[in-house]
Design a protein around this ligand. Structure first.
Ligand code: SF4
Ligand code: SF4
Length: 444
Protein backbone atom coordinates (compact mmCIF):
# COMPACT_ATOMS: atom_id res chain seq x y z
CA UNK A 1 0.00 0.00 0.00
CA UNK A 2 1.14 3.48 -0.81
CA UNK A 3 2.18 5.38 2.28
CA UNK A 4 1.94 8.72 0.57
CA UNK A 5 -0.51 10.59 2.73
CA UNK A 6 -1.57 7.27 4.15
CA UNK A 7 -4.06 8.78 6.52
CA UNK A 8 -2.01 8.31 9.69
CA UNK A 9 -1.76 12.07 9.89
CA UNK A 10 -5.47 12.49 9.30
CA UNK A 11 -6.69 10.67 12.36
CA UNK A 12 -9.35 11.86 14.73
CA UNK A 13 -8.42 14.26 17.46
CA UNK A 14 -8.60 13.08 21.04
CA UNK A 15 -11.16 14.30 23.46
CA UNK A 16 -13.42 16.02 20.94
CA UNK A 17 -16.67 14.49 22.06
CA UNK A 18 -16.14 15.37 25.68
CA UNK A 19 -15.30 18.92 24.74
CA UNK A 20 -18.44 19.09 22.71
CA UNK A 21 -16.47 20.24 19.71
CA UNK A 22 -15.65 17.18 17.72
CA UNK A 23 -15.67 13.42 17.95
CA UNK A 24 -13.49 13.18 14.85
CA UNK A 25 -14.33 10.89 12.02
CA UNK A 26 -17.19 10.74 9.64
CA UNK A 27 -19.19 13.74 10.53
CA UNK A 28 -17.10 16.87 10.85
CA UNK A 29 -19.04 17.96 13.92
CA UNK A 30 -20.65 15.41 16.10
CA UNK A 31 -21.84 18.31 18.10
CA UNK A 32 -24.73 19.05 20.34
CA UNK A 33 -26.56 20.51 17.34
CA UNK A 34 -26.54 17.20 15.57
CA UNK A 35 -27.69 15.31 18.64
CA UNK A 36 -30.28 17.99 19.37
CA UNK A 37 -32.02 17.15 16.09
CA UNK A 38 -33.58 14.22 17.92
CA UNK A 39 -36.91 15.31 19.36
CA UNK A 40 -37.37 12.08 21.32
CA UNK A 41 -40.61 11.25 19.54
CA UNK A 42 -39.90 7.51 19.66
CA UNK A 43 -41.05 6.80 16.10
CA UNK A 44 -37.81 4.91 15.51
CA UNK A 45 -38.37 2.43 18.35
CA UNK A 46 -40.63 0.02 16.48
CA UNK A 47 -38.09 -0.47 13.66
CA UNK A 48 -35.08 -1.02 15.92
CA UNK A 49 -34.02 -4.68 16.10
CA UNK A 50 -31.96 -4.29 19.29
CA UNK A 51 -34.85 -2.57 21.04
CA UNK A 52 -37.09 -5.43 19.92
CA UNK A 53 -34.58 -7.88 21.41
CA UNK A 54 -34.15 -6.25 24.80
CA UNK A 55 -37.10 -3.91 25.30
CA UNK A 56 -34.62 -1.53 26.94
CA UNK A 57 -34.73 2.17 26.14
CA UNK A 58 -30.93 2.34 26.19
CA UNK A 59 -30.84 -0.22 23.34
CA UNK A 60 -33.06 1.97 21.16
CA UNK A 61 -31.94 4.75 18.80
CA UNK A 62 -33.47 7.38 21.08
CA UNK A 63 -31.81 5.87 24.15
CA UNK A 64 -28.43 5.70 22.42
CA UNK A 65 -28.69 9.34 21.36
CA UNK A 66 -29.31 10.21 25.03
CA UNK A 67 -26.22 8.20 25.97
CA UNK A 68 -24.16 10.10 23.40
CA UNK A 69 -25.40 13.37 24.79
CA UNK A 70 -24.58 12.27 28.36
CA UNK A 71 -21.03 11.38 27.35
CA UNK A 72 -20.65 14.74 25.64
CA UNK A 73 -21.91 16.45 28.78
CA UNK A 74 -19.47 14.38 30.84
CA UNK A 75 -22.23 12.93 33.04
CA UNK A 76 -21.46 9.28 32.18
CA UNK A 77 -18.13 7.62 31.35
CA UNK A 78 -17.22 6.24 27.93
CA UNK A 79 -16.52 2.77 29.29
CA UNK A 80 -19.53 0.75 30.43
CA UNK A 81 -23.09 1.24 29.17
CA UNK A 82 -22.18 3.78 26.49
CA UNK A 83 -19.44 1.64 24.96
CA UNK A 84 -21.58 -1.50 25.16
CA UNK A 85 -24.62 0.08 23.53
CA UNK A 86 -22.67 1.72 20.70
CA UNK A 87 -21.27 -1.70 19.82
CA UNK A 88 -24.51 -3.58 20.49
CA UNK A 89 -26.19 -1.38 17.85
CA UNK A 90 -26.26 -3.15 14.48
CA UNK A 91 -25.69 0.11 12.59
CA UNK A 92 -28.53 -1.13 10.39
CA UNK A 93 -29.85 2.44 10.12
CA UNK A 94 -33.50 1.38 10.05
CA UNK A 95 -34.02 4.18 12.57
CA UNK A 96 -32.62 6.68 10.09
CA UNK A 97 -35.24 5.65 7.54
CA UNK A 98 -38.02 5.95 10.13
CA UNK A 99 -36.95 9.26 11.67
CA UNK A 100 -39.16 12.22 10.72
CA UNK A 101 -36.55 14.69 11.97
CA UNK A 102 -33.81 13.45 9.63
CA UNK A 103 -31.44 12.43 12.42
CA UNK A 104 -28.29 11.08 10.79
CA UNK A 105 -28.07 8.17 13.16
CA UNK A 106 -25.52 6.19 11.09
CA UNK A 107 -23.04 9.03 11.21
CA UNK A 108 -23.63 9.51 14.92
CA UNK A 109 -23.03 5.89 15.89
CA UNK A 110 -20.00 5.57 13.64
CA UNK A 111 -18.53 8.77 15.11
CA UNK A 112 -19.26 7.42 18.59
CA UNK A 113 -17.43 4.19 17.80
CA UNK A 114 -14.47 6.11 16.51
CA UNK A 115 -14.53 8.19 19.65
CA UNK A 116 -14.46 5.03 21.76
CA UNK A 117 -11.50 3.67 19.78
CA UNK A 118 -9.55 6.91 20.09
CA UNK A 119 -10.15 7.19 23.81
CA UNK A 120 -9.73 3.54 24.67
CA UNK A 121 -6.69 2.72 26.73
CA UNK A 122 -4.67 -0.46 26.47
CA UNK A 123 -4.43 -3.17 23.84
CA UNK A 124 -7.02 -2.92 21.06
CA UNK A 125 -7.44 -6.50 19.90
CA UNK A 126 -10.42 -5.90 17.61
CA UNK A 127 -8.66 -3.10 15.77
CA UNK A 128 -5.52 -5.20 15.40
CA UNK A 129 -7.47 -8.14 13.98
CA UNK A 130 -9.41 -5.98 11.53
CA UNK A 131 -6.21 -4.32 10.38
CA UNK A 132 -4.58 -7.72 9.92
CA UNK A 133 -7.36 -9.14 7.76
CA UNK A 134 -8.69 -6.08 5.95
CA UNK A 135 -5.60 -4.04 5.10
CA UNK A 136 -3.44 -5.26 2.26
CA UNK A 137 -4.13 -8.72 0.93
CA UNK A 138 -1.78 -11.03 2.78
CA UNK A 139 -3.86 -11.36 5.97
CA UNK A 140 -7.08 -12.21 4.16
CA UNK A 141 -5.30 -14.53 1.75
CA UNK A 142 -3.57 -16.42 4.57
CA UNK A 143 -6.83 -16.75 6.50
CA UNK A 144 -8.71 -17.88 3.38
CA UNK A 145 -6.04 -20.49 2.58
CA UNK A 146 -6.27 -21.90 6.10
CA UNK A 147 -10.07 -21.95 6.05
CA UNK A 148 -10.14 -23.71 2.66
CA UNK A 149 -7.80 -26.34 4.08
CA UNK A 150 -10.00 -26.66 7.15
CA UNK A 151 -13.03 -27.26 4.92
CA UNK A 152 -11.33 -29.57 2.44
CA UNK A 153 -9.62 -31.84 4.97
CA UNK A 154 -12.90 -32.60 6.71
CA UNK A 155 -11.85 -30.88 9.92
CA UNK A 156 -14.87 -28.60 9.55
CA UNK A 157 -17.23 -31.61 9.70
CA UNK A 158 -15.70 -32.67 13.01
CA UNK A 159 -16.02 -29.15 14.42
CA UNK A 160 -19.65 -28.91 13.26
CA UNK A 161 -20.38 -32.27 14.90
CA UNK A 162 -18.73 -31.07 18.11
CA UNK A 163 -20.77 -27.87 17.99
CA UNK A 164 -23.91 -30.02 18.15
CA UNK A 165 -22.64 -31.69 21.33
CA UNK A 166 -21.11 -28.56 22.88
CA UNK A 167 -22.90 -25.51 21.44
CA UNK A 168 -20.50 -23.02 22.97
CA UNK A 169 -18.18 -20.17 21.97
CA UNK A 170 -16.18 -20.67 18.82
CA UNK A 171 -17.79 -24.07 18.11
CA UNK A 172 -21.27 -22.66 17.52
CA UNK A 173 -19.82 -19.76 15.54
CA UNK A 174 -18.18 -22.28 13.21
CA UNK A 175 -21.66 -22.98 11.83
CA UNK A 176 -21.75 -19.49 10.31
CA UNK A 177 -18.90 -20.08 7.88
CA UNK A 178 -20.05 -20.57 4.28
CA UNK A 179 -18.14 -22.75 1.82
CA UNK A 180 -15.22 -20.62 0.69
CA UNK A 181 -14.65 -20.06 -3.02
CA UNK A 182 -11.76 -22.12 -4.41
CA UNK A 183 -10.15 -19.01 -5.87
CA UNK A 184 -10.55 -15.25 -5.60
CA UNK A 185 -12.26 -13.81 -8.68
CA UNK A 186 -9.56 -11.14 -8.80
CA UNK A 187 -7.02 -13.94 -9.42
CA UNK A 188 -9.12 -15.38 -12.26
CA UNK A 189 -10.09 -12.20 -14.08
CA UNK A 190 -7.74 -10.11 -16.22
CA UNK A 191 -7.47 -6.37 -15.51
CA UNK A 192 -9.79 -5.51 -18.41
CA UNK A 193 -12.49 -7.44 -20.23
CA UNK A 194 -14.35 -6.33 -23.31
CA UNK A 195 -18.15 -6.26 -23.58
CA UNK A 196 -20.00 -9.09 -25.30
CA UNK A 197 -22.13 -6.69 -27.33
CA UNK A 198 -21.64 -3.17 -28.72
CA UNK A 199 -19.80 -1.07 -26.13
CA UNK A 200 -21.67 1.54 -24.08
CA UNK A 201 -18.78 2.68 -21.92
CA UNK A 202 -16.35 1.56 -19.26
CA UNK A 203 -16.88 0.57 -15.66
CA UNK A 204 -14.54 -0.65 -12.94
CA UNK A 205 -15.56 -3.09 -10.26
CA UNK A 206 -14.60 -3.59 -6.65
CA UNK A 207 -14.17 -7.29 -5.95
CA UNK A 208 -14.16 -6.75 -2.19
CA UNK A 209 -12.74 -8.83 0.64
CA UNK A 210 -15.52 -10.99 2.09
CA UNK A 211 -17.34 -11.08 -1.24
CA UNK A 212 -14.31 -12.40 -3.10
CA UNK A 213 -13.26 -14.87 -0.40
CA UNK A 214 -16.74 -16.36 0.03
CA UNK A 215 -18.70 -15.45 -3.09
CA UNK A 216 -16.18 -15.19 -5.92
CA UNK A 217 -18.90 -16.57 -8.19
CA UNK A 218 -20.98 -13.43 -7.58
CA UNK A 219 -18.04 -11.32 -8.73
CA UNK A 220 -17.59 -13.41 -11.88
CA UNK A 221 -21.34 -13.16 -12.54
CA UNK A 222 -21.25 -9.40 -12.00
CA UNK A 223 -18.56 -9.05 -14.66
CA UNK A 224 -20.52 -11.31 -17.04
CA UNK A 225 -23.77 -9.37 -16.56
CA UNK A 226 -22.01 -6.08 -17.17
CA UNK A 227 -20.34 -7.40 -20.33
CA UNK A 228 -23.63 -8.87 -21.49
CA UNK A 229 -25.05 -5.37 -21.25
CA UNK A 230 -22.34 -3.63 -23.22
CA UNK A 231 -19.90 -2.53 -20.53
CA UNK A 232 -16.14 -2.78 -20.77
CA UNK A 233 -15.09 -3.90 -17.31
CA UNK A 234 -11.89 -3.00 -15.48
CA UNK A 235 -10.91 -5.16 -12.52
CA UNK A 236 -8.00 -3.24 -11.00
CA UNK A 237 -5.74 -5.79 -9.36
CA UNK A 238 -4.14 -3.31 -6.98
CA UNK A 239 -7.46 -2.31 -5.40
CA UNK A 240 -7.77 -2.73 -1.63
CA UNK A 241 -10.59 -3.26 0.86
CA UNK A 242 -13.13 -0.42 0.73
CA UNK A 243 -12.45 0.34 4.41
CA UNK A 244 -15.98 -0.27 5.67
CA UNK A 245 -15.08 -3.04 8.10
CA UNK A 246 -12.48 -0.88 9.82
CA UNK A 247 -14.53 2.31 9.50
CA UNK A 248 -17.66 0.79 11.01
CA UNK A 249 -15.60 -0.47 13.92
CA UNK A 250 -14.36 3.07 14.62
CA UNK A 251 -10.97 2.86 12.92
CA UNK A 252 -11.25 5.68 10.43
CA UNK A 253 -7.48 6.15 10.30
CA UNK A 254 -7.24 2.84 8.48
CA UNK A 255 -10.43 3.48 6.49
CA UNK A 256 -9.03 6.77 5.18
CA UNK A 257 -5.76 5.18 4.13
CA UNK A 258 -7.69 2.49 2.22
CA UNK A 259 -9.98 5.07 0.62
CA UNK A 260 -6.99 7.06 -0.63
CA UNK A 261 -5.45 3.95 -2.13
CA UNK A 262 -8.69 3.02 -3.91
CA UNK A 263 -9.12 6.55 -5.26
CA UNK A 264 -5.66 6.38 -6.81
CA UNK A 265 -6.23 2.90 -8.22
CA UNK A 266 -9.73 3.45 -9.63
CA UNK A 267 -8.86 6.81 -11.17
CA UNK A 268 -6.22 4.94 -13.14
CA UNK A 269 -8.88 2.82 -14.85
CA UNK A 270 -10.51 5.92 -16.39
CA UNK A 271 -13.86 4.18 -15.99
CA UNK A 272 -17.08 6.20 -16.09
CA UNK A 273 -18.60 4.33 -13.13
CA UNK A 274 -17.35 2.19 -10.28
CA UNK A 275 -19.81 -0.68 -9.89
CA UNK A 276 -19.92 -2.39 -6.51
CA UNK A 277 -21.98 -5.52 -5.84
CA UNK A 278 -21.71 -5.48 -2.05
CA UNK A 279 -24.13 -3.15 -0.24
CA UNK A 280 -21.78 -2.43 2.65
CA UNK A 281 -18.90 -1.57 0.32
CA UNK A 282 -20.90 0.61 -2.09
CA UNK A 283 -22.44 2.51 0.83
CA UNK A 284 -19.02 3.17 2.30
CA UNK A 285 -17.40 4.15 -1.01
CA UNK A 286 -20.17 6.68 -1.60
CA UNK A 287 -19.09 8.18 1.74
CA UNK A 288 -15.42 8.68 0.81
CA UNK A 289 -16.46 12.25 0.10
CA UNK A 290 -17.24 12.73 3.81
CA UNK A 291 -14.41 10.56 5.05
CA UNK A 292 -11.83 12.72 3.25
CA UNK A 293 -13.64 16.05 3.45
CA UNK A 294 -10.88 17.56 5.62
CA UNK A 295 -8.04 16.35 3.43
CA UNK A 296 -6.97 19.17 1.09
CA UNK A 297 -5.15 16.82 -1.25
CA UNK A 298 -7.94 14.29 -1.65
CA UNK A 299 -11.26 15.98 -0.89
CA UNK A 300 -12.02 16.92 -4.51
CA UNK A 301 -10.86 13.56 -5.79
CA UNK A 302 -12.98 11.80 -3.16
CA UNK A 303 -16.01 13.79 -4.26
CA UNK A 304 -15.52 12.72 -7.88
CA UNK A 305 -14.85 9.15 -6.80
CA UNK A 306 -18.00 8.89 -4.68
CA UNK A 307 -20.04 10.41 -7.50
CA UNK A 308 -18.98 7.56 -9.76
CA UNK A 309 -19.84 4.75 -7.32
CA UNK A 310 -22.95 2.77 -8.21
CA UNK A 311 -24.32 -0.25 -6.45
CA UNK A 312 -24.81 -3.14 -8.91
CA UNK A 313 -28.64 -3.25 -9.01
CA UNK A 314 -28.83 0.54 -9.01
CA UNK A 315 -26.45 0.65 -11.97
CA UNK A 316 -28.06 -1.92 -14.21
CA UNK A 317 -31.56 -0.70 -13.41
CA UNK A 318 -30.73 2.91 -14.17
CA UNK A 319 -28.63 2.28 -17.27
CA UNK A 320 -30.95 -0.47 -18.52
CA UNK A 321 -30.29 -4.19 -18.80
CA UNK A 322 -31.31 -6.83 -21.29
CA UNK A 323 -34.22 -8.87 -19.96
CA UNK A 324 -33.43 -12.59 -20.00
CA UNK A 325 -35.60 -14.78 -22.21
CA UNK A 326 -36.60 -17.09 -19.37
CA UNK A 327 -37.62 -16.75 -15.71
CA UNK A 328 -36.26 -18.33 -12.53
CA UNK A 329 -38.02 -21.65 -12.06
CA UNK A 330 -38.24 -21.74 -8.26
CA UNK A 331 -40.17 -19.42 -5.98
CA UNK A 332 -38.06 -16.34 -5.27
CA UNK A 333 -38.02 -13.58 -2.70
CA UNK A 334 -35.82 -10.58 -2.03
CA UNK A 335 -34.11 -9.69 1.25
CA UNK A 336 -33.12 -6.03 1.59
CA UNK A 337 -29.63 -5.52 2.97
CA UNK A 338 -29.57 -2.69 5.53
CA UNK A 339 -26.78 -0.80 3.81
CA UNK A 340 -28.71 -0.96 0.57
CA UNK A 341 -32.19 0.03 1.69
CA UNK A 342 -31.47 2.24 4.68
CA UNK A 343 -28.05 3.72 3.96
CA UNK A 344 -28.34 4.11 0.18
CA UNK A 345 -32.15 4.17 -0.13
CA UNK A 346 -31.93 1.56 -2.88
CA UNK A 347 -35.04 -0.57 -2.68
CA UNK A 348 -37.21 -0.38 -5.80
CA UNK A 349 -34.38 -1.04 -8.26
CA UNK A 350 -33.29 -4.51 -7.08
CA UNK A 351 -36.88 -5.51 -6.24
CA UNK A 352 -38.07 -4.61 -9.74
CA UNK A 353 -35.26 -6.64 -11.29
CA UNK A 354 -36.03 -9.62 -9.06
CA UNK A 355 -39.73 -9.37 -9.91
CA UNK A 356 -38.84 -9.19 -13.56
CA UNK A 357 -36.65 -12.29 -13.59
CA UNK A 358 -38.92 -14.26 -11.26
CA UNK A 359 -42.21 -13.53 -12.99
CA UNK A 360 -45.08 -15.41 -11.35
CA UNK A 361 -42.62 -17.05 -8.98
CA UNK A 362 -41.93 -13.82 -7.12
CA UNK A 363 -42.95 -13.82 -3.45
CA UNK A 364 -42.96 -10.67 -1.33
CA UNK A 365 -41.02 -11.05 1.92
CA UNK A 366 -42.64 -9.80 5.09
CA UNK A 367 -40.24 -7.50 7.03
CA UNK A 368 -37.85 -7.54 4.07
CA UNK A 369 -35.96 -4.57 5.53
CA UNK A 370 -35.53 -6.11 9.01
CA UNK A 371 -31.83 -6.87 9.66
CA UNK A 372 -30.84 -10.55 9.31
CA UNK A 373 -28.29 -10.19 12.12
CA UNK A 374 -25.16 -10.35 10.00
CA UNK A 375 -24.04 -6.69 10.29
CA UNK A 376 -20.33 -7.09 9.58
CA UNK A 377 -18.86 -9.10 12.46
CA UNK A 378 -21.93 -8.59 14.67
CA UNK A 379 -23.07 -12.20 14.26
CA UNK A 380 -19.72 -13.35 15.67
CA UNK A 381 -19.46 -10.83 18.51
CA UNK A 382 -23.17 -10.92 19.46
CA UNK A 383 -23.90 -14.46 18.33
CA UNK A 384 -27.05 -15.13 20.36
CA UNK A 385 -28.78 -11.85 19.53
CA UNK A 386 -27.88 -12.21 15.85
CA UNK A 387 -29.27 -15.76 15.92
CA UNK A 388 -32.63 -14.42 17.17
CA UNK A 389 -32.73 -11.92 14.31
CA UNK A 390 -31.84 -14.67 11.86
CA UNK A 391 -34.65 -16.89 13.17
CA UNK A 392 -37.11 -14.07 12.58
CA UNK A 393 -35.82 -13.65 9.01
CA UNK A 394 -36.03 -17.40 8.32
CA UNK A 395 -39.56 -17.55 9.67
CA UNK A 396 -40.63 -14.83 7.26
CA UNK A 397 -38.90 -16.62 4.39
CA UNK A 398 -40.68 -19.84 5.33
CA UNK A 399 -44.02 -18.05 5.40
CA UNK A 400 -43.67 -16.73 1.88
CA UNK A 401 -42.70 -20.19 0.67
CA UNK A 402 -39.61 -19.07 -1.23
CA UNK A 403 -37.00 -21.59 -2.36
CA UNK A 404 -34.57 -18.91 -3.48
CA UNK A 405 -33.57 -15.76 -1.63
CA UNK A 406 -31.81 -12.99 -3.48
CA UNK A 407 -29.71 -10.46 -1.55
CA UNK A 408 -27.07 -7.88 -2.38
CA UNK A 409 -24.57 -8.16 0.44
CA UNK A 410 -22.09 -10.93 1.30
CA UNK A 411 -22.86 -10.75 5.02
CA UNK A 412 -26.58 -11.32 4.38
CA UNK A 413 -25.87 -14.09 1.86
CA UNK A 414 -23.67 -15.91 4.37
CA UNK A 415 -25.95 -15.36 7.35
CA UNK A 416 -29.20 -16.48 5.71
CA UNK A 417 -27.48 -19.40 3.98
CA UNK A 418 -26.00 -20.54 7.31
CA UNK A 419 -29.42 -20.33 8.96
CA UNK A 420 -31.02 -22.29 6.14
CA UNK A 421 -28.33 -24.97 6.24
CA UNK A 422 -28.44 -25.35 10.01
CA UNK A 423 -32.24 -25.48 9.90
CA UNK A 424 -32.15 -28.00 7.01
CA UNK A 425 -34.29 -25.73 4.88
CA UNK A 426 -34.65 -26.29 1.16
CA UNK A 427 -33.38 -22.83 0.32
CA UNK A 428 -30.78 -21.33 -1.98
CA UNK A 429 -29.38 -17.88 -1.19
CA UNK A 430 -27.77 -16.07 -4.11
CA UNK A 431 -26.65 -12.67 -5.31
CA UNK A 432 -28.76 -10.86 -7.89
CA UNK A 433 -25.87 -10.98 -10.39
CA UNK A 434 -25.79 -14.77 -10.10
CA UNK A 435 -29.55 -15.05 -10.59
CA UNK A 436 -29.41 -12.87 -13.68
CA UNK A 437 -26.33 -14.49 -15.16
CA UNK A 438 -27.76 -17.99 -14.79
CA UNK A 439 -30.64 -16.89 -17.02
CA UNK A 440 -28.28 -15.33 -19.55
CA UNK A 441 -26.17 -18.49 -19.59
CA UNK A 442 -29.23 -20.69 -20.11
CA UNK A 443 -29.83 -18.92 -23.43
CA UNK A 444 -26.51 -20.10 -24.86
S1 SF4 B 1 -37.47 9.02 15.29
FE1 SF4 B 1 -35.75 10.47 15.13
S2 SF4 B 1 -36.39 12.24 16.34
FE2 SF4 B 1 -37.75 10.55 16.95
S3 SF4 B 1 -36.71 9.60 18.73
FE3 SF4 B 1 -36.01 8.48 16.94
S4 SF4 B 1 -34.10 9.52 16.32
FE4 SF4 B 1 -35.19 10.93 17.72
S1 SF4 C 1 -28.97 1.40 13.71
FE1 SF4 C 1 -30.43 -0.31 13.86
S2 SF4 C 1 -29.90 -1.34 15.79
FE2 SF4 C 1 -28.89 0.67 15.83
S3 SF4 C 1 -30.32 2.00 16.90
FE3 SF4 C 1 -30.79 2.22 14.71
S4 SF4 C 1 -32.40 0.70 14.28
FE4 SF4 C 1 -31.48 0.18 16.29
Amino acid sequence: MSHRNSGEDLGPKKGGMQSGARAGGFHPEMSEDLLAQCMHCGLCLSVCPTYALTGLERSSPRGRIRLMKSVMDGTIPVAGTFEYEMNFCLDCQACQTACPAGVKYGELVESAREFIQVNKKGFKLKRLLLRTFFVGKSGLRAASALLRLYQKTGLEKIVIFMSGVFPIGILKRARLLPRLSDKFAIDILPEFVEPKVAARGGVAILTGCVMDAMFAEANLDTVDVLRENGWRVAIPHTQVCCGSVNGHAGDNVTARALAIRNIEVFEGTQADYYVVNSAGCSAFMKEYVKLLADNPQYSDRAKKFSGRVKEFSEFIYETGYRKPKSKIESTVTYHEACHLVHTQKISAQPREIVKDIAGDNYRELNESTWCCGSAGIYNIVHYDEAAELLDRKLENINRCDARTVIAGNPGCLAQIAAGAKNGRMDLEVIHLATALNRLYKSEK
